[in-house]
Write a protein of this length. Sequence first.
Length: 260
Amino acid sequence: MDMTELIRTRKSIRTFDGRPLSKEDKKALSDYAKTITNPYGIPVSFVFLDAEEHGLSSPVINGEHLYVAGKVPKVQHCEEAFGYSFEKFVLHAWSLGIGTTWIGGTMKRELFEKAAKTGEDEIMPIVSPLGYPAEEKAEVDVKLRNSVHGDERLPASELFFEGDFLSPLKEKSDLLEMVRWAPTAANMQPCRVVKAGKAYHFYEKHPDGYQKGAGWDVQKIDVGIAICHLMSVTNGKFSIAEPGIGTEKNMEYIASVTVE
Ligand SMILES: Cc1cc2nc3c(=O)[nH]c(=O)nc-3n(C[C@H](O)[C@H](O)[C@H](O)COP(=O)(O)O)c2cc1C
């Protein structure tokens, strides 16, 4: 499968067939994890955790034996960098037939943080089970997918714009379809893109009442994933330079990708 196909076919896998990951697959994943970089230059580390050994589980996951936890230093842009790198891992796992689900909420966070030996100066925003997809989904899986409309996304006209936020993109863009299908926490899809010439400017649309807190912002992870998708199917150049496009008050500029 090429990258476009991987992005189109990846889904959250919450029901596994009960087989442990083969030694070869585990090694292939851990070797790949060591090579992952992101345009922020912020290192993301991957820790593999045996579920039984550490007593780890998630109420929405069935049939798993192994988790991977991602850690990143607590610095500016750590969330976007994390989203970018963790998605590279997720897509590579899928290329090997290994299922994943981004889990930031439905887990006992303290247990995973402890098992992953998370330091004071870092955060462990997300974990994922790793395994082979089962043929049939467990009931909790079906219910969750339905409740977040996991198979759907907002229409492109609500997410993508041309020149400014007043002008929804008119032509269908295969590149932006890659952004549209990016996974997001609770399928909230906070990422907006303004295309201006060769540049794609990425924004985070905050929910009403959003206040910048001291903790990390899960929706910045979502935007990092979206940037990863566009960069993975282009030779795009990454930059952070606020383009001065008029925005609504709840829109925050994140970064730009220029595609020649
Ligand atoms: C940052 C992030 C956090 C997420 N946290 C959870 C979670 O705690 N539990 C869960 O079951 N799914 C979680 N998801 C998965 C989303 O619900 C899922 O990606 C979305 O519904 C779209 O479905 P898809 O991944 O199958 O395309 C998370 C996804 C992201 C990107």
